[in-house]
Design a protein around this ligand. Structure first.
Ligand code: SF4
Length: 450
């Protein structure tokens, strides 16, 4: 099996103007995150607190899951457990069929993307309309999201204007974000009013109170759950926090890390259903207990899906989210892929990293992402051997003599290396220029300084 992120990136890479727009949009999110962190004097303390709360919760996840189930049921919600993606799809479909629901509004949920819920419901004859604006854009464009919190970040204004003109009859050539948003709103409002059921994800679930917490900037999850007679919230078992004061820590970190906002526009806490309606909560495992049992990778379950690691990752910035080939792109996607991704190709994503460590540096819950990527590379869960260049480099670095020989050879051929246009060098040099060689080795320079 070959690892094909390179190929997919070459096919899908947003080239030229689109690459520049993508890199600028992603970079702006990173800058806003940094500014928000500097403006919050407690930011580093909050990160440490968040890390500790998550570590504690994961250590006692069985206790908190039972507590959540009991409290949510006391409050009138129905709690379901799904062992894997197929069971989530079955549970949700059965609930909808039992209610005779044919039209569903959905707010963004990476878990339902991970479990491929939409296509399954559509095959069952149930219309699913994504109501988050970015999610709606990619749905209309028949493509998956390319970012955890900005699903359409790979699309330019011009793309979206043309798409809306075709799909929503917006004015020809209109690329004004305000007018395009209004066109989407007009279309969605009718769909909210006609929906038989609402599906959402959840950012957190509070064990002490049985509360489901949904954080959005558009209020679409609230509108869906406030209007439809049935609301189904789908969440991974790792979304639990013990109590409301713990939730406060994460709410102060989430929006700052994601978009640089002090807090998102809407934070909704649902404890039980609204009067006359039904609330179902589906808690999904889908490989998470396997991660929980693995001390080297357990902390990846602390992720609060803020997207900060994507925004800082040099691979994500240039390749775009679609190149990763599954629901979760970027460093956190690559860390979770060996266990959660559906097929062998995606399980090899730990190789899609420069291991620069920037992802670990920005993560609000201090997940050691780049260390975990490195750990996965030698594991049986990753079905691809390291690329030949990596293996050669590893062999040379293990043997000082071999290293010196390779370094000497490289110095000698350096002036011609940039003109090499064969084999893997062709792809590598297509978008890079070799730096000027300093003329002597690092060792020689150090010797001269002594
Ligand atoms: S791994 Fe950390 S930075 Fe990346 S999405 Fe999760 S919480 Fe955010």
């Amino acid at each position: 099996m070959t690892f094909s992120l390179d190929r997919r990136a070459a096919e899908l890479l947003p080239r030229g103007e689109r690459l520049a727009a993508h890199a600028a949009a992603v970079g702006a999110l990173r800058d806003k995150r940094d500014a928000a962190g500097r403006a919050e004097p407690d930011f580093e303390r909050l990160r440490e607190q968040a890390r500790a709360i998550k570590a504690h919760t994961l250590d006692h996840l069985d206790v908190y899951l039972e507590r959540f189930e009991a409290r949510a049921q006391q409050a009138g919600a129905r709690v379901h457990f799904a062992a894997d993606a197929a069971e989530l799809r079955r549970v949700v479909t059965e609930l909808l069929v039992a209610k005779g629901a044919r039209r569903v509004v959905k707010s963004k949920s990476m878990l339902t993307e991970e479990c491929a819920l939409n296509p399954h419901l559509e095959r069952a004859g149930i219309e699913v309309v994504d109501t988050d604006l970015g999610e709606r854009i990619v749905q209309l464009g028949h493509e998956p999201p390319s970012h955890i919190i900005m699903p359409a970040i790979h699309r330019t204004r011009g793309d979206i204007g043309a798409l809306f003109e075709r799909e929503l009859a917006s004015a020809p050539g209109d690329t004004d974000p305000g007018r395009l948003t209004a066109a989407a709103r007009r279309d969605l409002r009718a769909r909210f009013l006609a929906a038989d059921a609402a599906i959402s994800g959840a950012n957190f679930a509070v064990a002490e109170t049985g509360t489901v917490v949904i954080v959005t900037n558009e209020g679409n999850a609230d509108l869906g759950s406030a209007l439809a007679p049935v609301h189904i919230a789908c969440l991974g078992i790792e979304k639990l926090v013990p109590a409301l004061p713990d939730l406060a820590v994460f709410l102060r970190l989430l929006a700052r890390s994601a978009t640089g906002q002090p807090i998102s526009a809407y934070t909704t806490l649902m404890t039980g259903p609204r009067r006359g309606a039904e609330l179902h909560v589906v808690l999904v495992d889908n490989g998470r207990t396997r991660l929980l049992a693995d001390p080297a990778h357990r902390s990846a379950l602390s992720c609060i899906r803020c997207g900060a690691c994507l925004n800082t990752c040099p691979v994500y910035r240039r390749a775009g989210g679609h190149a990763y080939g599954w629901a979760l792109p970027g460093p956190i996607g690559a860390v979770l892929a060996p266990v959660l991704a559906p097929d062998a190709e995606q399980r090899s994503l730990p190789f899609a990293s420069s291991l620069c460590g920037s992802c670990s540096a920005v993560c609000p819950v201090k997940i050691d992402l780049h260390d975990q990527l490195l750990a996965w590379r030698g594991s049986d869960s990753v079905p691809v051997a390291p690329p030949p260049g990596t293996r050669l480099a590893a062999a040379a670095l293990r043997h000082p003599l071999a290293y010196r020989a390779v370094a000497l050879a490289a110095r000698l051929v350096w002036p011609w290396l940039g003109r090499l246009r064969v084999g893997p060098a062709r792809a590598w040099l297509a978008s890079r220029e070799l730096p000027e060689h300093p003329g002597e080795s690092f060792r020689a320079r150090m010797r001269a300084r002594r």
